[in-house]
Design a protein around this ligand. Sequence first.
Ligand SMILES: Cc1cc2nc3c(=O)[nH]c(=O)nc-3n(C[C@H](O)[C@H](O)[C@H](O)COP(=O)(O)OP(=O)(O)OC[C@H]3O[C@@H](n4cnc5c(N)ncnc54)[C@H](O)[C@@H]3O)c2cc1C
Length: 645
Amino acid sequence: MNIKEALSVENAYMAGDYDVAVVGAGHAGCEAAAACANLGLRTVLFTLHLDSLANLPCNPSIGGTAKGQLVREIDALGGVMGKIADKCCIQMRMLNRSKGPAVYSPRAQMDRSRYSAAMKAYLETLENLDIRQAHITDLLTDGEDKLSVAGVLTESRAVYSAKAVVICSGTYMESRTIRGEVVCLTGPDGLPRSIGLSASLASAGIPILRFKTGTPVRVNSNKIDFTVMTRQDGETDVPPFSFDNEMNGIGVPQDQVPCWSVWTTPDTREIISSNMDRSPLYSGVITGIGPRYCPSIEDKFMRFKDKERHQIFVEPMGRETSEMYLQGFSTSLPEEIQIKMVHSLPGLDKAVIQRSAYAIEYDLVDPLSLLPTLESKIVTGLYTAGQINGSSGYEEAAAQGIIAGINAALKVKGEEQIVLDRSQAYIGVLIDDLVTKGTSEPYRMMTSRAEYRLFLRQDNADMRLTPIGKKAGLISEERYGRFLAKKESVEKETQRLRDTYIAPTDELKVILESVGTTLPPSGISLAELLKRPQVTYELIASVDKKREPLPIAVTKEVETDLKYEGYLKLEKEKIEKFSELERRLLPEDTDYEKISGLRLEARQKLNAVRPLNIGQASRISGVSPADISVLLVYTEMLKRKDKEE
Ligand SMILES: Cc1cc2nc3c(=O)[nH]c(=O)nc-3n(C[C@H](O)[C@H](O)[C@H](O)COP(=O)(O)OP(=O)(O)OC[C@H]3O[C@@H](n4cnc5c(N)ncnc54)[C@H](O)[C@@H]3O)c2cc1C
């Protein structure tokens, strides 16, 4: 349907003309809309329910393993999630401390209602942004052979035209929630669901999939006996998510609230196993595919039979509420069984459930139909971001949202779009995995997915991405100035430590032996000393006479870079090889059927995915190293032909 046809629908009217229309104000949509508005484009943001803007329908936390890196990367690019999370944080921890700075991952408990309100308040300040509660039922397009976006149509027959459309519909398209045998046609948290939009996308030729995810109960803390639980307090020596806050000395809250943990009991196992016939997962009611890495509790008992018990975290959902979230206890068993399951947990035998657990099924777009810019290969000017692309998680959604928003804006401005590759960012790994390999279940980011994770640390995201955010137009001059000052401090201090030699004095001997290492036989540079695992920047302060006070963000970076210097050098060589293949471009109109030497499966896969370069081609499942050699010869021939012409 195009604009003219939409306007011929009964009661339809022209409601607005925008540069960009963003459908969905979840974590992806908020980032996309903020990026477009901050880049100066007239933007409209739609949501089914204004009071659920940036809702946290699942765990009330931001960050975690690999997800924390994503939040810092979004912030480094000029995104919003990090700043809002710092504002609404009620507990902060750095995960993976025992595994080393390469995989340190910040995770924060959020005040759920404050998070939504703070994001709404921020977006309402943006000059170029209009926010509208409306139900989008149709994508409007122009063209026949090759479609391009024209706008959207709402349930109330309002027509909006737009030069680009970003759809971030999350877990709402044709969603249904399931508890045992009971199926409700709603979105998450009982909110209205989206009807018609996935059919409209399908009619434009966009492949639609169906996934599922699930969430646990919420209980009232006033009937919980915390004395039998293990308390887990927050940490105050963790940097905030936002680099700007970090450089301005705005730290994490000091008055943090605790989380608690308990273990399931033999009763829990008994209740669940004796009611598996009523589990929609196993009775066939649920048809959507669920997340392997966020399994329901019944799935855990079924899949990990050797494990006697499972740990459950009891997490606060805010400062002004008694609602607690049972992390790790998601289920879709009937409500009456859920009550028994909760009461089988130590300290929760009298707990009152405030929200039931449920599974939710929803429609999404097959991410193989997207370019690495997150633009659709099928409808020009259409971008999708978030759960609609097959990912799972607020952070994964927001990461795609900022990229889709920036690219929609750059597209409208006629400027070159950005693609982050796997050596630049977890965001690059996330998007490349989705659009090159596709996904058969909700995709969760993990550090193990990133080949170059030593480079992709949470603390250096600004060094990797802030210049890119600046070039795109999302980083202010003032902020960029602070960034350059930090960068210069890091470089100067690193050089100073390299150039500063100290003698093997008695004072140094005492310091080094206090942490279990030995005095060097002769003079040594402070940089060399810092490479020792036991030695920290703080530890050698007393023997480093010329040291100037520096922000901890600078000293931590200097210390980590020096400690990993050898590994980083090796990693850099690997990245060079990787980048070489990324630079070997494949013409968009290549017909892989015609390239002799390619195996049949490779021809089919290459024609389906249409990779931008040899690097991306090498990551498509079913394309072998032999096929890549054929493509390398093919691109070499093309290069020679170009030179001859
Ligand atoms: C029950 C449940 C359990 C989850 N469990 C996990 C988990 O265990 N681990 C994990 O990492 N993540 C989990 N998540 C996922 C997490 O919530 C999402 O990944 C995240 O919220 C996705 O963000 P998003 O921006 O893509 O979409 P959402 O946050 O879902 O937001 C979508 C937005 O689109 C709007 N919208 C949708 N359709 C329309 C339309 N037609 N017209 C107008 N507006 C529309 C909605 O109103 C909403 O504002 C769970 C989500 C749910 C619902």
